[in-house]
Ligand binder design. Structure first.
Ligand code: 4AD
Ligand code: MG
Length: 477
């Protein structure tokens, strides 16, 4: 007897006399109807048990969460609510559940509760839909780059450099925390550590990706990155996944074109591939919206929002223009911003980014040419001497989705910048070599993968779009 997935069964056009399927019981109704789910699709398949023919003790074990194997005949359903169903001929309990203690009861659970049960939350429709979408997005990203002539490279996870210069890194060490070896100045002597130097978990694969861009031309990395920033927000994780393309001979406008085309392409792909999952999440959001006061409701549905991004050009605005808009905005004048905008040079907070995207432009926005002082050391200095060729892509409901730049390719300018920021040349000698031997204009960006998953699923807490979130005070599972 052939084993099918629920997804395969639901796609059958004709009756199949003999099928087998394995999955978990979602519900068991009237001692007769099992809703079976195996994760292959959002939908359950209805399995109809003939209770008169089935051992009563066996039926008692068909409880929510139990793993079962079902054999039978796939037929057109006689009831409403489903097109096909299985008439069960053999029922085997593969693994019992315990109806009294099983956390995922067939009822609505809060996201907080499900986060505490992250090992079981993908047995719910919402989380299985999110994680299937996450998987598709990941594939779509690899597909986009593969289709467009990029090479996938694996950048190291343990590094000796702080790419973003923000000092928010997790240390990697084998030294005994109680008795670390000390040097002559009484500082911890990392020369005696495992790697013979201080090492950290990477905050970005960019610097290493640049070395491959300057040889293979078009590359990208897609891996885990780690940030020890103490920001307990709904949009930050301590461990998140980042996609970082890096391209030789590409300038900032080319970088913007790439990012825009890339985002539209992956959104399109997931909309087509995970239609059922997205429609389900859209309905969930619609029900949530109904609970809100009219004024706070979103005017676009989830699918409309995704199509809006696919169909419209991202608005490109310089930092200087953005500051003017913000300075003269209503919330700024009425002192509604927590961080009022007064002078050019201010770092933009998420309240400002969201005002620009959600209230002012009402579409994704690419901000560029930021003040050098608020951006990383590697960004290319403009001729004005005070701004750099940086870009951030801001999305409605999310804020910063992408951060990127054209890189400083001039050896002397880069050295000066590093000296000013006290970044030792010995640490990045290999990075400087790229500017010494055959330097060229090049650019790239970083997309926070979980922020993209948030946008596609409409989830508002980043902890709900990664299997096992890591955040300050939390590394459960
Ligand atoms: O803007 P960031 O810090 O840029 C870089 O790391 C560059 N090296 C990228 C590059 O040019 N290759 O981070 C890039 C993106 C952000 O726009 C945001 O989407 C995401 O990574 N991100 C986070 N996502 C979740 N949790 C955090 N703590 C994040 N920090 C950044
Ligand atoms: Mg950034």
């Amino acid at each position: 007897m052939q084993l099918y997935s629920v997804s395969d069964l639901l796609n059958q056009k004709n009756r199949v006399p003999e099928i087998a399927v394995k999955g978990w019981v979602r519900t068991f109704r009237a001692n007769r109807f099992i809703a079976l789910n195996d994760g292959s699709t959002l939908e359950n398949i209805q399995c109809v048990v003939d209770f008169e023919q089935t051992d009563e003790a066996l039926l008692k074990r068909v409880t929510t969460g139990a793993a079962v194997e079902i054999k039978g005949e796939l037929v057109e359903s006689q009831g409403k609510g489903q097109a096909i169903e299985i008439l069960v001929s053999h029922l085997t309990i593969l693994g019992d559940s315990d109806p009294d203690t099983y956390p995922i009861q067939p009822k609505k659970h809060s996201f907080e509760f499900l986060r505490e049960n992250a090992h079981l939350r993908t047995r719910t429709s919402t989380f299985s839909a999110i994680m299937r979408i996450r998987s598709t997005l990941s594939f779509a990203i690899h597909k986009y780059f593969n289709d467009n002539g990029f090479y996938y490279m694996h950048t190291p996870i343990i590094t000796g450099s702080d790419a973003e210069g923000a000092g928010e890194m997790f240390k990697v060490t084998k030294l005994d925390p109680k008795h670390p070896p000390l040097d002559a100045d009484n500082n911890v002597d990392y020369a005696q550590d495992f790697f013979g130097k201080e090492t950290n978990l990477t905050v970005s694969g960019q610097l290493e990706a640049e070395t491959y861009a300057m040889s293979l031309g078009k590359v990208y990395t897609f891996g885990p990155t780690f940030r020890a920033e103490n920001s307990n927000t709904s949009r930050h994780l301590s461990e998140f996944w980042m996609i970082e393309p890096e391209v030789a001979f590409m300038d900032l406008p080319g970088n913007m074109d790439l990012a825009e085309d890339f985002l539209k392409s992956v959104l399109n792909y997931v909309l087509e591939t995970n239609k059922t999952d997205i429609e389900f999440l859209e309905k969930r959001l619609r029900d949530e919206e109904k609970k809100k006061p009219q004024a706070e409701r979103s005017s676009l549905s989830l699918i409309e929002k995704l199509n809006f991004v696919i169909d419209n050009n991202f608005k490109r605005v310089s930092y200087t223009e953005a500051i003017d808009i913000l300075r003269n905005s209503k919330p700024n004048k009425k002192k509604k911003f927590k961080y009022p905008i007064e002078d050019w040079g201010a770092d933009l907070q998420s309240e400002h980014e969201r005002f620009l995207v959600e209230k002012h432009f009402k579409c994704p926005v690419i901000l560029f040419d930021y003040p050098a002082a608020i951006k990383a050391f590697y960004m290319r200095l403009n001729d004005d001497g005070k701004t750099v060729r940086a870009m951030d892509i801001l999305f409605p409901g999310i804020g910063e989705m992408v951060g990127g730049s054209q890189r400083e390719e001039r050896l002397d300018v880069l050295k000066e910048k590093m000296a000013a920021l006290q970044i030792p040349e010995e640490e990045l000698w290999w990075y400087l070599d790229l500017r010494k031997y055959g330097t060229a204009v090049h650019s790239g960006f970083g997309l926070g993968f979980e922020r993209l998953v948030m946008f596609v699923t409409g989830m508002t807490n980043i902890r709900d779009v990664i299997p096992f979130p890591r955040s300050p005070q939390n590394a459960a599972f």
